[in-house]
Design a protein around this ligand. Structure first.
Ligand SMILES: Cc1cc2nc3c(=O)[nH]c(=O)nc-3n(C[C@H](O)[C@H](O)[C@H](O)COP(=O)(O)O)c2cc1C
Length: 518
């Protein structure tokens, strides 16, 4: 396996040591006049499934039943605090297959793509799931990797690292922890196509997966907590990552029954070289220093006593008028959470049809609920992000740009100038975006993020944007609408048309509307 570092003069000149959130973001902006259009290096296309060739995997039991809970009930209900019945392999199999399972196959002339239950920029799937098993009924404690394609678990380490885990979470007593899931990102899977900009997509993709995993845990009645602030370098080392290639981004803790007695702590076994090699996904991998630098720059965790930096008030926007936009009502006709996951796809064949106001409100209610849940179950990381939308074709809502107040559940009308048509041109001329009824916008003031949390705050903002994006995908699918996430836009044009101040940027856009054939 060969590793290439980017050494061309232009890139080296630009390199910023210890970048801040805003400097990384600026370095990776798309500019209409400076797009490189390099061809993709097809012989080095990364593998999208991680394989540990020399280790025998344990097959997961078949899933005969998926949770039947309605998506709105799921979002509107409170997270369980106590585990009523134990986590076993069957339930684990159910959780893994719904949160990150294969849902569709499509053959193209050159290749077959296996699509998954969550969206991924370019279908490159940089995210992986690992978990530490502590108290899973009739299952050996240890560290495992989840194999998506063959639905199996590969044991990476034996033993019980719950002592270590107790340093990672303050959400549950160590004695009542069933498992801890770790979501990772493999850099080259995404940077193969998106180069230095890929860190954005890796975080957004991780956010989509975290949201789906959280929903799957909630739907199966398991208590959980989400943490982005753990010693991710150390955890990566335990899992066997080469940290130039793969990093841990989030941990999801699952509570357990305190009646289960912990197995005696055993010293974890060491890792075989095959495990460390498994972070390699291509014969020749290019290391993008901007990605390594921003990730390393975010190593320090800044604890804040105040939870919310109130990003919305720092974007430089002055809404003219606020209107209520919530009804907190479960729609009559919709799919269940599981049905929505199985049918979710990125749909781009929008038809220019008016979106009913009630439907729009049902959608935005999902976003409000997802953000509130994020706030309580994920330590306030959602405070790193502000939400807005471009109304294109929504009943009773004049077209234009609105800022959402997630606490009072109101929308503030900012300006009529930014239209979905203009935004489509800014999104690398993806013209089909003109026909979407609404573009949801996830924005942040990156200087505020840097001051409040340091560069690590970039992870919070981007992963939260991914999480809320996933909520929208599911809400739209459940309501029979099309939806597509958009990470490709000319960044400065985006900020300018929205009237954001110099420090603020659009981070992610999710288009929703009526589509043909749903
Ligand atoms: C972070 C992110 C950015 C994306 N950006 C775009 C985009 O700019 N244009 C586009 O057509 N699709 C975009 N997509 C959609 C992906 O192409 C799509 O998720 C992927 O092909 C997998 O297909 P599926 O969503 O139908 O499962 C994006 C998805 C994500 C998660």
């Amino acid at each position: 396996m060969e590793v290439r570092n980017r050494t061309d003069a232009v890139i080296q000149e630009k390199r910023i040591m210890n970048p801040s959130a805003i400097s990384y973001h600026k370095t990776t902006c798309y500019d209409r006049n400076r797009m490189r259009g390099d061809p993709l290096d097809w012989p080095n296309q990364p593998r999208v499934f991680k394989a540990y060739d020399s280790i025998e995997a344990i097959p997961l039991p078949e899933v005969d039943k998926l949770p039947e809970i309605d998506l709105w009930h799921l979002y509107f209900s409170k997270t369980t605090k106590r585990l009523e019945s134990g986590l076993d392999l069957k339930r684990l199999s159910q959780i893994l297959s719904i949160s990150y399972g294969l849902t569709s196959t499509r053959s193209y002339s050159e290749q077959t793509v296996l699509y998954r239950s969550v969206a991924s920029a370019g279908a490159l799937y940089p995210a992986e799931i690992y978990f530490f098993a502590f108290s899973i009924d009739n299952f050996q404690p240890g560290l495992y990797h989840y194999g998506i394609k063959d639905r199996s678990l590969t044991p990476l380490r034996g033993g019980d690292d719950s002592a270590l885990m107790s340093t990672m979470t303050d959400s549950f007593e160590t004695q009542s922890l069933s498992a801890v899931f770790i979501i990772s990102g493999i850099f080259f899977r995404s940077s193969w196509k998106y180069r230095d900009r890929a860190y954005r997509y890796i975080l957004l993709d991780a956010g989509h997966l975290i949201e789906n995993l959280a929903l799957a845990l909630k739907a199966t009645g398991l208590p959980y907590a989400i943490d982005y602030d753990f010693d991710d370098g150390h955890i990566g080392h335990l899992i066997g990552f080469d940290d130039q290639k793969e990093v841990s981004l989030a941990s999801v803790h699952v509570g357990g029954r305190s009646s289960i007695t912990q197995k005696e702590l055993t010293k974890s076994s060491s890792l075989s070289p095959a495990i460390i090699e498994a972070s390699s996904v291509s014969p020749v991998e290019t290391v993008y220093e901007d990605i390594i630098d921003i990730h390393r720059s975010g190593i320090n965790i800044t604890k804040q006593s105040v939870k919310d930096p109130d990003i919305s008030s720092k974007l430089g926007l002055n809404p003219l008028e606020w209107i209520p936009i919530s009804q907190n009502k479960v729609p009559d006709k919709k799919l269940t959470y599981s049905e929505a996951v199985l049918r979710r796809r990125s749909r781009r064949n929008f038809i220019n049809q008016k979106l009913k106001k009630t439907t729009f409100i049902q959608l935005i209610d999902i976003v409000f609920a997802a953000r509130a849940e994020n706030f309580s179950v994920a330590k306030g990381y959602a405070g790193a992000l502000s939400i807005g939308f471009l109304a294109g074709n929504i009943e009773e809502l004049p077209p234009g740009f609105y800022l959402a107040d997630t606490v009072n559940k109101t929308a503030g009308y900012v300006d009529f100038e930014p239209t979905t048509n203009k935004m489509a041109a800014i999104c690398l001329n993806q013209q089909w975006l003109c026909s979407a009824s609404v573009h949801f916008l996830f924005m942040s003031n990156l200087n505020t993020i840097d001051r409040f949390w340091g560069p690590r705050g970039y992870r919070y903002a981007m992963m939260t944007a991914g999480r809320l994006g996933h909520a929208l995908y599911l809400g739209a699918t459940a309501l029979g609408l099309g939806c597509c996430g958009i990470g490709a836009f000319y960044d400065d044009e985006g900020k300018n048309i929205l009237g954001l101040n110099q420090e603020s940027y659009l981070l992610y856009l999710v288009a929703v509307g009526e589509v043909k054939g749903m």
